[in-house]
Design a protein around this ligand. Structure first.
Ligand code: F0G
Length: 438
């Protein structure tokens, strides 16, 4: 299959196109976000494409085993490009009976992106962005991060043999995520301020071309992440769910799902798109405020605040792409409280699945969307869990010990509290604890 791709500005009154090899992050004419796009839609034989994608899962070749690169017909890279992979993707789609019941929906499945090599969805985009860094001959790759992008970039840069620098807000990133970046050998630069300050600085630094920026503003990140939509459709026998619900931070993930499902539909691999809804934490919800009309124009949140530190973001760079995904699929953008996030996370845990706090906004949001009647009885729902439970164990321990508090001093109730029990006595004492279970 031929792969004619270009970078294209998403602004309707601009639409400028650029070569794939142009080292751009935004349109050099109007500053708009860029898509990697087909210059003409590829002509494909749908059945053979589906069969090839599926059969690659049984291959021993790294490019076939990767849940991103087995869909390479839809990726803007030549066949002879040396890919950088850690066997990302191919993540599980779990049934979640307790979470379904909690939300009051008939069919809820959880697509767990925390099962990726570094424990978050970032790996599916980092494999393509770091591959593009190699294609362009970059020396130093960099990102701003609340922790997961950093951990992922650090791992892929190490695998590729590239220098790596990450900017994180000092004191606001979980130790587990920082530990990953340090172990993978990245230079960790802690900045005073929040994620948005880090993002501003790194964008300025990348202007002169001395570093290759791999935040989700980079359209090659989105290319990798869009394959999760393909993988999900494949797991559902090429049906799409009625609803797809994702957390919203910098808004790259929702943008990528929009693009993935748009391309599947354009190719005829599916017959419709799911409604894509985005859930933000109440204290970090500039996108929800804009979409729901509380603000006439998009206004950055100056002091974002949430215990779901991964999505503590007030100036999301990809909001226009996310808006496109939500509008064209008639989804919703909503907010959930800190208490709702914490409780939903515990319920996901009770399904034996678990996730980090930001991921649990989805289940909390689905419960609300069902209560409001936006999700109807009998409709199918998939929530995307973006990060692994062990990404933020401090949060988990505090929740179960009833000591979780927001930065404004609001105490989160341990609704599903489950503190460890100290048993210092005899076997009989242990027996009595065990017999009281259930
Ligand atoms: N969930 C997790 C676990 C995340 O790490 C992030 C973003 C999101 C959700 C939000 O996704 O930005 O595509 O809307 N984390 C970034 C980081 C910002 O630096 O790790 P988004």
């Amino acid at each position: 299959m031929q792969k004619p791709f270009a970078q294209r500005c998403i602004e309707p009154d601009c639409g400028s196109t650029f070569e794939l090899a142009a080292p751009l992050y935004v349109c050099s004419r109007c500053g708009g976000l860029l898509d990697v796009d087909w210059t003409e839609p590829p002509a494909v034989d749908l059945d053979s494409l589906r069969n090839v994608w599926r059969s690659r899962m049984t291959s021993f070749e790294a490019a076939d085993r990767s849940g991103v690169w087995r869909f390479r017909e839809l990726l803007p890279f030549a066949a002879d490009v040396q890919i950088v992979t850690l066997n990302e993707g191919n993540t599980p789609l779990y049934n979640a009976p307790r979470s379904s019941e909690y939300c009051g929906v008939d069919s809820l499945q959880l697509k767990h992106q925390g099962a990726n090599p570094t424990g978050s969805f970032k790996d599916t985009g980092m494999t393509s962005a770091v591959t593009q860094a190699k294609v362009l001959g970059a020396r130093l790759v960099a990102c701003a991060s609340t922790g997961n992008t950093a951990a992922s970039l650090a791992a892929y840069a190490a695998q590729a043999g590239l220098l790596c620098a990450i900017l994180v807000p000092e004191g606001q990133v979980s130790y587990a995520k920082l530990a990953q970046s340090l172990d993978y050998g990245a230079k960790v630069l802690e900045i005073e301020g929040n994620f948005d300050s880090c993002m501003r600085v790194i964008r300025e630094l990348s202007d002169d071309g001395s570093i290759y920026l791999v935040n989700s503003i980079n359209p090659f990140r989105i290319e990798g992440q869009k394959t999760v939509a393909i993988e999900l459709a494949e797991q559902l026998a090429w049906q799409v769910p009625d609803h797809l619900v994702v957390p919203g931070g910098n808004l790259g993930n929702s943008s990528a799902f929009g693009k993935g499902f748009r391309e599947l539909l354009a190719l005829g691999l599916t017959t419709r798109m799911p409604r894509i809804s985005v859930v933000q934490a109440e204290g970090a919800s500039p996108f929800a405020a804009y979409v729901n009309g509380q603000r006439g124009e998009f206004v950055d949140e100056q002091h974002p605040s949430t215990l779901a530190s991964a999505i503590k973001i007030g100036a999301p760079v990809s909001w226009k792409k996310a808006l496109r995904a939500v509008s064209e699929t008639e989804g919703q953008v909503l907010t959930v409280s800190e208490q709702e996030i914490a409780d939903a996370k515990a319920v996901i845990g009770r399904d034996g699945i678990g996730c980090e706090p930001a991921s649990a906004t989805t289940v909390a949001g689905i419960r609300k969307l069902r209560a409001e009647g936006f999700i109807k009885p009998g409709e199918t729902v998939v929530a995307v869990l973006t990060g692994h439970l062990l990404k933020d164990t401090d949060y988990v321990n505090k929740y179960y010990n009833n000591s979780l508090e927001t930065e404004h001093g609001q105490r989160i109730q341990g609704t599903f509290s489950n503190p460890p029990i100290q048993v210092r006595g005899s076997l009989d004492e242990l027996r009595s604890v065990l017999s009281s279970l259930g």
